[in-house]
Design a protein around this ligand. Structure first.
Ligand SMILES: Nc1ncnc2c1ncn2[C@@H]1O[C@H](COP(=O)(O)OP(=O)(O)O)[C@@H](O)[C@H]1O
Ligand SMILES: [Mg+2]
Length: 355
């Protein structure tokens, strides 16, 4: 039976170091949620707590309506797919996939049926007689996923399952995982440090940093309304431009002031912040050539097929602009830029005043 997942106030320390701090979130039944954050922020620990491989110091875990905080891993009906695949080297693909069913004393016919079904779904039916060492990295990863699928668990946990694959295979597996989820509709919590993977796979993204939740939202939410500087800079490539300055007023309207630079801020949420030190964030694609407040010099241009990533030096800072192939200036030339307000954010003490 499928079920949703809820964790409340999870806290965990190792040797007096708090690595998970008051983490609460929910994954709805049938939802694909991604837990995203930099290496070492606590993602694997959260999965291990949910799977029952670690015990929390505080907090509760529910799968469906049932509290599982103190149940053994076996009693939780959770399948975890590890980055390392963890296949048994001496067993064939078939035996690896059938293993969790054999442990649960599933009947032979039923076992064969489920393994074949999963193998077909994952396009590995012709590999069932091979040993793991006779498989490519991508094929091994499929076997590991297949071993989770045959169990038909309440909840799937994936721990960076694609990070050992090369870029091309990773992109292909992303699409396969997305279509697999559309077919199985299994409740899934998927861990990655790769924001592109998170944005393409996640129905919702849970952003974690230093053991604390930074934001929970759809890919659009976290991109368009990042709640703080961490989220704003972790999601999106090239990274959002950041400039330090303060809030000023021009003709009774708020603006951003930094040395000679004055940028109108035609949006709300800034009342009462006049004179405060803030950080202006600008998405690279919000910058465009035109009669705007920014002027600088082209430092470097990256040609990425249809796109240009242009590095512009401005008063000791570098602005990064993402633009089309129509960009005509060369390195060393002066350039004026404007910024689309929809791609601008103002951070005060790290928090986004627009979010
Ligand atoms: N069993 C453990 N004993 C001591 N420290 C641990 C243990 N497991 C994880 N940690 C520490 O907890 C932090 C988070 O680790 P982890 O959950 O693996 O992060 P991530 O998966 O996001 O890279 C790290 O600083 C790591 O060193
Ligand atoms: Mg990890």
């Amino acid at each position: 039976m499928m079920a949703g997942l809820r964790v409340e106030g999870l806290t965990k320390s190792f040797n007096g170091n708090r690595v998970i701090d008051d983490v609460s979130f929910e994954v709805e039944e049938g939802e694909f949620c991604v837990l995203l954050g930099p290496s070492g922020c606590g993602k694997t620990t959260v999965l291990r707590l949910i799977a029952g491989l670690e015990t929390p110091d505080r907090g509760r875990i529910y799968i469906g309506d049932k509290e599982v905080t103190h149940l053994s891993p076996r009693e939780r009906d959770v399948a975890m797919v590890f980055q390392s695949y963890a296949l048994y080297p001496h067993m064939t693909v078939y035996e690896n996939m059938a293993f969790p069913l054999r442990m649960r004393k599933v009947q032979r016919e039923e076992m064969e049926k489920r393994v074949l079904e999963a193998a077909r779904l994952l396009n590995i039916a012709e590999l069932l007689g091979r040993k793991p060492r006779e498989l490519s990295g991508g094929q091994r990863q499929r076997v590991a996923i297949g071993r989770a699928i045959v169990r038909n668990p309440s909840l799937f946990l994936f721990d960076e399952p694609l990070s050992n694959l090369d870029a091309k295979l990773r992109a292909a597996m992303r699409i396969e995982l997305a279509s697999l989820h559309r077919r199985l509709r299994a409740t899934t919590l998927y861990v990655t440090h790769d924001q592109v993977e998170a944005m393409t796979l996640g129905q919702r993204i849970i952003l974690l940093d230093e053991g604390r939740i930074q934001q929970i939202g759809t890919p659009e939410d976290v991109y368009e309304r990042p709640s703080n500087i961490f989220v704003a800079t972790f999601v999106g490539t090239p990274q959002m431009n950041l400039l330090k300055g303060r809030i000023g007023m021009r003709d009774g309207r708020p603006c951003f002031v930094r040395k000679d630079l004055l940028v109108d801020l035609p949006f709300g949420g800034l009342e009462g912040y006049e004179g405060k030190e803030v950080v202006l964030g600008i998405r690279p694609e919000a910058l465009a050539e035109g009669e705007g407040p920014f002027s600088g010099r082209v430092e470097f241009i990256e040609h990425l097929g249809p796109e240009r990533i242009v590095y512009i030096s401005m008063d000791g800072e570098t602005l990064v602009m993402r633009t089309g192939s129509g960009f005509s200036r060369s390195i060393g030339e002066g350039v004026r830029l404007k910024a689309d307000p929809s791609g601008m954010h103002i951070f005060y003490e790290g928090r986004n005043l627009r979010a």
